[in-house]
Design a binder for this molecule. Structure first.
Ligand code: F6P
Length: 547
């Protein structure tokens, strides 16, 4: 039976009706213990759901829904290497990437944990060679700039973590700069390359498939730059200036990266779940292998919590169910991610892929179209900057939005008073905004009788997630929390979060349009695209004629 016809779903629908009209300010007024009741703690995290429009019964019924959807058995299937990615007949074993050495997890007869440790060891050797100035470019000088060429999961995760953990960069490797290049039009390379010395620059071509045109186009441009500058044979340039992080060693070899400079992952690691694998090499280069392993440890702790904690106290389960409640029962279809910490500036962009590429689906596991909403539109920015950008809409717009406020409790321990004050300022703003969004201007004594354009309705629900402090362990746990939250929602919605067929067709259409743009016969075009192509051809002709 489709989930929206089940008793748990129907009961939730019924229960939500009066709650749609209830205001959070009344819920807080009616219950002085709301925070105690709806906040949860685990390890170094606090999850406050009290500003969500829930009551005890809603939470109870959401747990019933999770049970009815067999969430616990699904979690077991995920962790036991079952082929939960059914449309591609693959397991989704990113958790194996952060299992401690010595654990055993069998997949198709092989112990994947042993394989993971082996590949981490190879990565460690390359990382240490580079960090210890033993990897030398074509003129014998050591490498000082590393450029990660990758896109989507082969960039967003490592970029986000490198940015977040910059302060963990050990003094002895501060001479190494790590850069990220993704955009297919070459504009990032165009900006970056003139600042680099080709002889001391190393490129990591990060691509699980080693067939993504964006990445290969950038890698080709980078290689041409090196060849032109060095006047060295291509074999030497491939060998001294390129590393491949991939699950397609044959394709990487055909492109030119020798086997000893290839770092491998497996088809059971989804691209957007791959920062824990060799795709995370830029992270290890930036913060060192020891800190990289702490990131893995933090994620592993969250894995164990997800697998073992009862549903009622389980962070990823609660976070996932809150989304389901808002989306499917309170009709809220926009989700803002608001870290109050500049180090997490890239976190919203990372989550955009994780959540929307995973759960942006409208067909269930049985291949049937579904009749209920799934992943909402999700976006975000550092909260305090967003206050001066899109918070106007959150406070006074017509769109209901659910928000995740994320902040460390402690920061700048041991640093100057000014910075500590800035952290207090940030915390005050974080709490002020979630408070105002929830309660509206009823909480402001000086806003009584204000004209309508100064009025704040409130009643925008939010979750506040606090970390004791931002460090490799807690960041690892935070990322794993959202990974598992996405899985929880997929189980409720009966969809496969591990494929992404929706991005494939566009790639094929682009290939055919490339032929058309070059003057060849392409597909039959619609009038709009035909007009756009004609404009390009006219402009190009104009430029050529003038030239
Ligand atoms: O096109 C989408 C996608 O396949 C993502 O899922 C993936 O993270 C990204 O492209 C990059 O893929 P690859 O690592 O194979 O280059």
């Amino acid at each position: 039976m489709a989930v929206e016809k089940t008793s748990a779903w129907l009961e939730l629908q019924q229960h939500a009706e009066p709650l749609k009209e209830r205001h959070l300010k009344d819920m807080f007024q009616a219950d002085a213990k709301r925070f105690e009741r709806f906040s949860f703690s685990f390890d170094k995290y606090l999850l406050d759901l009290s500003k969500q429009r829930i009551d005890d019964k809603a939470l109870e019924k959401l747990i019933d829904l999770a049970q009815q959807q067999q969430l616990k058995p699904w979690i077991e299937r995920l962790f036991s290497a079952d082929k939960v990615n059914d449309s591609e007949q693959r397991a989704a074993l990113h958790m194996a990437l952060r299992q401690p050495e010595g654990r055993v997890l069998r997949h198709e007869g092989e112990d994947v944990v042993a394989g993971v440790q082996c590949s981490l060891m190879k990565m460690q050797q390359l990382v240490e060679r580079i960090q210890q100035a033993q990897w030398r470019g074509y003129d014998g000088r050591p490498i000082s700039n590393i450029v990660n060429i990758g896109v989507g999961g082969s960039s967003l995760g490592p970029l986000m973590v490198c940015d977040a953990l910059e302060q963990y960069c050990p003094a002895e490797v501060r001479h190494l700069n790590v850069h990220f290049v993704s955009s297919m039009d070459g504009s990032e390379l165009e900006k970056l390359l003139p600042k680099l010395d080709p002889a001391t620059t190393l490129f990591i071509v990060a691509s699980k498939t080693f067939s993504t045109v964006d990445t290969l186009a950038n890698a080709n441009t980078a290689r041409e730059w090196l060849l032109a500058a060095s006047k060295q044979p291509i074999e030497l340039i491939n060998q001294q200036h390129f590393i491949a992080a991939t699950a397609s060693p044959a394709a990487a070899k055909a492109w030119g990266v020798p086997e000893r400079h290839q770092l491998l992952l497996w088809d059971w690691v989804g691209g957007r779940y791959s920062l824990w694998s060799v795709i995370g090499m830029p992270i290890a280069l930036k913060i060192g292998m020891g800190q990289f392993r702490k990131l893995l440890d933090g994620a592993h702790k969250m894995d164990e919590h997800f697998r073992e904690a009862p549903l009622e106290n389980n962070f990823p389960v609660l976070l996932g169910l809150m989304g389901v409640w808002n989306i499917n029962f309170l009709d809220i279809h926009a989700h803002a991610i608001l870290p109050y910490d500049g180090r997490l500036a890239q976190f919203p962009a990372y989550l955009e892929q994780l959540e929307m590429e995973s759960n942006g689906k409208s067909v269930n596991r049985a291949g049937q179209r579904i009749d209920y909403r799934t992943c909402p539109v999700l976006w975000g920015q550092v909260g305090s900057n967003a206050q001066h950008a899109f918070y106007q809409l959150l406070h006074q717009g017509t769109e209901p939005v659910m928000c995740d406020f994320i902040t460390p409790a402690v920061r700048y321990d041991g640093d100057g008073a000014e910075l500590q004050e800035q952290h207090q300022l940030s915390l005050a703003n974080c709490f002020a905004q979630s408070r105002l969004l929830a309660l509206g201007d009823s909480m402001l004594s000086d806003n009584e009788g204000a004209s309508s354009y100064k009025h704040y309705d409130g009643n925008q629900p939010s979750t506040t997630l606090m970390l004791e402090a931002l460090c490799p362990e807690t960041l690892g746990g935070l990322i794993a929390l959202y990974e598992h939250k996405v899985f929880v929602q997929s189980v409720i919605w009966e969809i496969n979060p591990f494929d992404q067929w929706g991005v494939e067709q566009g790639k094929k259409v682009a290939t055919s349009l490339l032929t058309t743009l070059a003057g060849g016969a392409g597909d039959n075009l619609d009038a709009s695209t035909e007009g756009l192509v004609r404009f390009i051809q006219e402009q190009t002709r104009g430029v050529t004629d003038e030239g």
